[in-house]
Design a protein around this ligand. Structure first.
Ligand SMILES: C[S@@+](CC[C@H](N)C(=O)[O-])C[C@H]1O[C@@H](n2cnc3c(N)ncnc32)[C@H](O)[C@@H]1O
Length: 235
């Protein structure tokens, strides 16, 4: 992060100065009050924007994909592979792949199996499929779909995962019910969340949602700043 400009000091000749002079704005009562008002407005704006994001779930726009292409600290690919433990031959589902940050490494572990990816944005699916083609990964099946109404039959998948996506869905409980429906009884679901994401689902909120949608939480990897949780259907 670049440091911001220091205090502006204007000397008698109107030139910027390095040290306080007789007209140093830092000590002028009107300038101080103005500064305080600006600061209050800025802080209020940031809090307001964060509150708006949290109460208005919406998909991360494709135009802002740099957020999902950046490294994901704490919720690394290695940690996802550890908790999801994809096995050769399995059929897995990913909800909200974005540009495929996790899709490719998971698909590569499924030798003989397939990874189905479902996203509401066609551009995200196209991006992931382009990357898969470039990397020679041929076992990913895309579908444009809403997590709240999945286009798959009951009991289709051995496992599913969804990372920094649940909070973007208008009704996360409905998405979890749909995931429970398309999983085999022995299936597993991994949910990943990261602090700083305006739509983060905290672990406490996930546990409450899991309890009312037919899942139990088996394991958690990580802490409040970023975690993967392993859920299993409770039948
Ligand atoms: C923040 S991105 C996360 C991408 C990826 N999982 C990652 O962590 O890099 C969220 C993704 O979920 C998708 N998404 C949002 N709401 C959705 C919904 N209701 N159904 C399916 N996908 C959704 C978005 O289009 C976007 O691709």
């Amino acid at each position: 992060m670049r440091p911001g400009p220091g205090p502006i000091m204007i000397g008698p000749a109107g030139r910027h100065m390095c040290r306080p002079g007789p007209y140093d704005l830092r000590h002028h009562p009107t300038a101080m009050a103005h500064k305080r008002r600006l600061l209050t407005a800025a802080v209020g704006g940031v809090i307001g924007a964060a509150a708006w994001w949290r109460t208005h779930p919406s998909p991360c726009p494709y135009a802002q994909r740099f957020w999902v292409e950046a490294p994901h600290p704490l919720i690394t690919r290695e940690r996802l592979l550890e908790i999801l433990a994809p096995d050769p031959g399995e059929q897995l589902l990913e909800i909200g792949p974005g540009t495929g940050y996790y899709s490719l490494p998971v698909a590569e572990k499924l030798n003989g199996g397939r990874l189905f990816i479902a996203d509401v944005q066609q551009q995200m699916l196209d991006h992931t499929m382009r990357r898969a083609t470039e990397a020679g990964v041929a076992n990913i099946e895309p579908a444009r779909a809403d997590a709240q109404a999945l286009p798959y039959a009951n009991g289709t998948f051995d496992g599913a995962f969804t990372v920094t996506t649940l909070g973007e869905v208008p009704d996360p409980d409905q998405a979890l019910r749909e995931l429970a429906r398309v999983l085999r009884p022995s299936g597993r679901l991994v949910v990943g969340e990261l602090f700083g994401d305006p739509h983060m689902v905290t672990f406490g909120s996930l546990r409450a949602r899991a309890e009312r949608t037919g899942f139990g939480i088996d394991r958690r990897l990580g802490g409040p700043l970023g975690y993967f949780a392993l859920l299993r259907p409770v039948r």
